[in-house]
Design a binder for this molecule. Structure first.
Ligand code: GLU
Length: 477
């Protein structure tokens, strides 16, 4: 977090970025205000009896925009959760969903709790009680408000929430659609856990398909060999770093965690570091890299791509001038403050903004919600039919080759790939890739077409505010 007194709060920072963009549009002032403000924030304080005493917890669910319903957004568990943060995150959800055309309004929830201080059965009690408070006010509901995981929560918490909702709504046939990010056996979807990190990879792949954009960041070529620094090896950072290093040939030269950073010019083995963290609760002592205690300073490492995948506000007025990367992709929500954004823009650093970069999570949540409402797994009807049609073609080609007296036959590799019908995971990845490509192109078009739009963030706001505005207009507002 920034120590500068000039740094606005997270919500103010989001509003400043919104205002910068909206100045370039000609929306009626009333509509502009309607889109910017948060519709409602519900604060709940509830007690849970733990370890022989009654403990009171504070939680929030904020609804930013209901231009489309249900509203959507994760539930965060962290000590630092507060109303300002939850409202900023809810606003980002509105813009994110609009940009990637997920048919939702924006919402976000949070509980002030350090989940590491509690046993699993205690967390279950707390989560169920929090869910109960939200469910009875329709702040969790398949057609009105659909939460998902965020920092400090995951599949386990979502399964408890889904079960709590089902217990309180025994005749709701769509109960499972009340929350996304559930485990597969509780109505989840293949590929949801990896989705946000996968989306970061697809976002970068699409960026690197555009040589003009790559040149704007003073880079060239492909992702292969690019030197990457990742902050946060949680679910998002881990998957992004893993896929970029294992599939695109990028080199992870530093990983920053809570207790310090690991640096290695030769590149870190992401899986190995992740396993080390799981057994040692931190990166200190990891044998195959240099350990730096002051992790924040490692954000300033000279690199090609910086991936902040932890908290908001980590690149701020204190350190922005010293950031030495060419490209930042905001895997976290709000990692760059409005002030830092300005400094980095002047330095020529290209920033792929959060509302696009980390939209993979909500995109696959959308697929999960549709799956829950349709009560059928994606691919179940067509997979084998697709396989038998492909087999027909391959067999026909083989007999044609024989009839022509040729010894040609399709390679085993082609056959195995072509013959396999798409299962749920392949379909989810394909839908996600398509979404990320289309959203990138919609931002890019504005970035290139308008001389008054100098950065991707402003372009992203223009596209998403435009979409929100047209749905408000369609409602007659
Ligand atoms: N918490 C994630 C986000 O910030 C996912 C939200 C969702 O899937 O609804 O985008």
């Amino acid at each position: 977090m920034s120590s500068s007194k000039n740094e606005p709060s997270f919500r103010q920072s989001v509003d400043m970025m919104f205002n910068r963009a909206v100045r370039l549009m000609d929306l009626p002032p009333g509509l502009e205000e309607k889109i910017r403000v948060c519709n409602a924030t519900y604060t709940v304080r509830f007690g849970v009896r733990l370890r022989g005493e009654l403990k009171t917890f504070t939680g929030y669910r904020s609804v930013h925009s209901e231009h489309m319903e249900p509203v959507k957004g994760g539930i965060r568990y962290a000590d630092s959760v507060n109303q300002d943060e939850v409202e900023a995150l809810a606003a980002l959800m509105t813009y994110k969903c609009a940009l990637v055309e997920a048919p939702f309004g924006g919402s976000k929830g949070g509980l002030c709790i350090d989940p590491r201080q509690y046993e699993e059965h205690e967390l279950e009690l707390i989560t169920r009680r929090f869910a109960y408070e939200l469910i009875k006010r329709d702040l969790i509901n398949p057609s009105q408000n659909v939460p998902a995981p965020d920092m400090g929560t995951g599949e386990r918490e979502m399964a408890w929430i889904a079960d709590q909702y089902a217990r309180m709504n025994t005749t709701d046939i769509n109960a499972r659609a009340c929350v996304t990010g559930k485990p597969l056996n509780a109505g989840g979807i293949a590929g949801r856990v990896e989705a946000t990190g996968r989306g970061v990879q697809y976002a970068l792949q699409e960026f690197f398909r555009e040589p003009d954009d790559v040149a704007k960041a003073n880079l060239s070529g492909t992702l292969d060999g690019k030197r990457v620094v990742v902050q946060g090896l949680g679910n998002v950072g881990y998957h992004a770093a893993k896929f970029l290093s294992e599939e695109d040939g990028s080199k992870i030269i530093a990983i920053i965690e809570r207790d310090g950073a690991l640096v290695s010019d030769a590149g870190l083995d992401v899986e190995d570091v992740r396993n080390w963290i799981a057994t040692h609760q931190g990166v200190a002592g990891y044998p195959n890299a240099t350990y730096v205690e002051n992790g924040t300073a490692v954000l300033e490492t000279d690199c090609d791509i910086l991936i902040p995948a932890a908290m908001e506000g980590v690149i701020n007025l204190d350190n922005a001038a010293r950031i030495s990367t060419k490209l930042i992709i905001e895997a976290a929500n709000g990692p760059v403050t409005a002030g830092a954004d300005e400094i980095l823009r002047e330095k020529g650093v290209v920033i792929i903004p959060d509302m696009f970069a980390n939209a993979g999570g909500v995109t696959v949540s959308y697929f999960e919600w549709v799956k829950n409402l349709s009560h059928i797994r994606f691919g179940r009807m067509q997979r084998r039919q697709e396989e038998s049609r492909n087999e027909l073609i391959v067999n026909e080609l083989e007999s044609l080759s024989k009839a022509l007296g040729s010894t040609w036959s399709p390679s085993a590799n082609f056959k195995s790939k072509y013959l396999r019908g798409a299962g749920e995971l392949e379909l989810v990845r394909s839908g996600l890739d398509d979404t990320m490509r289309a959203a990138y192109q919609s931002m890019r078009e504005v970035w290139h077409a308008r001389s008054d739009v100098k950065d991707l963030r402003t372009a992203a706001y223009l596209v998403s505010i435009g979409k929100v505005a047209s749905s408000y207009r369609a409602k007659g507002l």
